[in-house]
Ligand binder design. Sequence first.
Ligand SMILES: [Fe+2]
Ligand SMILES: [Fe+2]
Length: 279
Amino acid sequence: MRLVQISDTHLSHLGGITTANLGRIASWVNATFHPDLIVNTGDIVAASPDQPLDRAWALQVHAAFQAPVVYLPGNHDVGEPGSVPWKGLAITSERVAAHCDVFGPDRFAARHSEWLVIGINSELLGSGLDEEDDQWRWLEDQLAEPGPARVLLFSHKPLWLPRTTPSEAALSIPDRSRQRIMTLIGERLAAVGCGHLHRYRRRPRPEATGPLEVWAPSTGFIGQTETESPYFEQLGVVEWHLDGNAVNAWFRAPADLDEREGTSIDEMVRTVADLDAVG
Ligand SMILES: [Fe+2]
Ligand SMILES: [Fe+2]
């Protein structure tokens, strides 16, 4: 099974660089990879979960991919849990419903011989919403079904904190939720693919013996949060192969992406300014 993970597409109905970059990636993926599935690990829309025009635009832009696409929400799609969400944008049932109305379910499971590929809505974890309970029950049901021995998990936020010192921003899934996931999946967990950090990194976690952890690069813009090296700060995608019992992942990128910081992209600056005006 061959998957392409895209992430942090940050698409605005105003168009611009993030839209142009995803268009280039779609043409190149179609011509080069022929994946079975494309997984968008969230932050699909520019920055605001309350801008329906961005959702409609993003869905339209993704139609350029020939392979089926599944969409996991990020903090910019549905808000986030915790006491200090970015710009006060907390996850709510209404925001989750608005996302799902356009992009379909906020989680997915796909089975392929030895493999169970699972995608979750990381923003629900620690939210206390009814939808969080639903997702835990669903995850337990998926894992209880007989069949695949190995699990590849996709999520917007990383499972582990991407730095050794605490962060003001919510950079990962809450500790208690991570522990519950690890207990549920156990040794079947072979690999985890996340987004959110706008940086690529690939390494086993813990070192050498644990599941493969891959941070996907953004397709939209570089530079966002303070992590610690080693990481790779360029735009691109992750190519995943599931072959027998083996899993592997590679950074891939076409040659024609426009690599900029979000703060130098007009559509991003305008979207954030609109949020500040509302807040
Ligand atoms: Fe992002
Ligand atoms: Fe994010």
